[in-house]
Design a protein around this ligand. Structure first.
Ligand SMILES: [Zn+2]
Length: 126
């Protein structure tokens, strides 16, 4: 982006500093995770199959929590009910989200560092 190239080195350093603060905050959280359970947590609503039940045409039963996990190309789903397990599944989801955030912050830092590099680099000419 040409607009980013127009920024002054001090402005770029300020941006990188801000990103670094975000990165260390994220990393600190990631260093000490709580206990987690692998899988993808879903909220599920179901019909029970009873033709006289309200769920036949209307509101379904639920929500129920379920954990899905891919193993060997197949997705397995397990219903979970205890809050401890649900909490651990959410912690796993959150951890992965924070990992993705960390990657994005790193990419931004790299982006700005490359701009600084290019600003300070000239072509060698004999
Ligand atoms: Zn029903």
């Amino acid at each position: 982006m040409s607009k980013d190239n127009d920024l002054k080195p001090d402005e770029i350093r300020k941006i990188i500093w801000g990103l670094s603060v975000r990165r260390s905050r994220l990393a600190k959280k990631l260093y000490t995770p709580s206990q987690m359970i692998e899988g993808c947590i879903h909220k599920i609503y179901k019909k029970c199959g009873n033709p006289k039940c309200y769920c036949k045409d209307g509101k379904k039963h639920g929500p129920y929590w379920a954990l899905s996990k891919k193993t060997g190309g197949k997705t397995k789903i397990a219903y979970i009910s205890d809050t401890g397990t649900i909490k651990k599944a959410f912690a796993y989801k959150k951890y992965n989200k924070d990992l993705a955030r960390l990657r994005k912050v790193n990419e931004k830092i790299f982006y700005w560092l490359r701009i600084i590099r290019d600003k300070n680099t000239s072509v060698y000419e004999k």
